[in-house]
Design a protein around this ligand. Structure first.
Ligand code: PEP
Ligand code: MG
Length: 295
């Protein structure tokens, strides 16, 4: 089987009836790019940028971040790289952020909530990403969104950053903007949200946690955690449908995206992109190529 999978390198991610799927990989740092290539993923669908912050003793500078994003963009040689902005907080604690102890960290001060409250941190990261976008094909996505207002505020800050770069004469590329759909609120509001962005990436890890009210870190709850719960599948179907209705594309970057028992379901729902851990790319490719979505 391993040998057969190797033979899928260089093959297209296309169903028997000719539907093309963007099959990308998730990475957590610059060092993971080698495995993206080794497994022949067609892009990076989730670059978890937290690693830059988790590894550091103090806020990573714009220059440090720029170098990391630029390296990944260049190594991907024009293939898409979707960088998720800072998703710190909850389980990902960093000393120099001086975050308060919280009773419910998963429901707390994290991700886009930090970025919108402390825009200087956010702007430093966005400047680094936009500068790096000159060296490849970069998209940006915002995590933990719950409302249209948050998206508009995040976009306004991105616009500020772009005009600042223009004033400085620093070049940047054409950057698609998207959001993660990983809260029930975002899924339910996906019709309105789709009008604001180029794409959605469904984060099924958090979407499952928040929809089923099951702490993703608590092993005791495993018996209750049904990753195929119809509530999750209905939300995913709705998100994809709303994306397409309002001109956005939709992918899945949570663990469920690599669940080959659901690949056919997702394709029939109309999913455009699946982003999975590098080691799963060829297995998912194998599955995609066996599906006839007309049946
Ligand atoms: C998710 O929530 O599904 C996701 C992809 O993000 P993370 O696992 O980093 O929270
Ligand atoms: Mg998440």
């Amino acid at each position: 089987k391993a040998r057969l999978l190797q033979e899928l390198k260089g093959k297209e991610d296309v169903t028997l009836d000719g539907r093309h799927i963007q099959l990308y990989a998730n990475i957590g740092g610059v060092g993971d790019v080698a495995s993206v290539h080794a497994n022949d993923a067609q892009g990076i669908g989730l670059f978890r940028s937290e690693f830059l912050y988790l590894e550091a003793k103090d806020f990573p500078t714009e220059e440090e971040q720029f170098q990391a994003y630029k390296t990944v963009a260049e190594n991907m040689a024009g293939k898409k790289v979707i960088i998720r902005t800072l998703d710190i907080g909850a389980d990902k604690k960093v000393d120099y952020f001086h975050l308060d102890q919280e009773d419910n960290p998963a429901l707390g001060y994290r991700a886009i909530r930090i970025c919108l409250t402390q825009p200087e941190i956010f702007k430093t990261q966005l400047r680094a990403i936009y500068r790096a976008s000159h060296f490849g094909t970069i998209s940006i996505m915002f995590p933990m969104i719950i409302s249209v207002d948050e998206v508009r505020r995040a976009k306004a800050i991105a616009e500020e950053v772009k005009s600042e770069l223009e004033e400085l004469g620093l070049p940047y590329g054409d950057v698609e903007l998207g959001i993660m759909i990983e809260t029930p609120a975002a899924a339910i509001m996906s019709d309105e949200l789709a009008k604001e962005v180029d794409f959605f990436s469904i984060g099924t890890n958090d979407l499952t946690q928040y929809t089923l009210a099951i702490d993703r870190q608590n092993p005791k709850l495993e018996a209750f955690n049904d990753p195929h719960h119809p509530a999750i599948l209905r939300l995913i179907a709705m998100v994809i449908e709303n994306a397409h209705k309002y001109g956005a594309w939709a992918g899945i970057c949570g663990e469920l995206g690599a669940d080959t028992s659901l690949t056919e379901t997702f394709i029939k729902m109309g999913v455009d992109e699946l982003s999975v851990s590098p080691s799963m790319v060829l297995r998912v490719r194998d599955k995609i190529r066996s599906i006839d979505s007309r049946k």
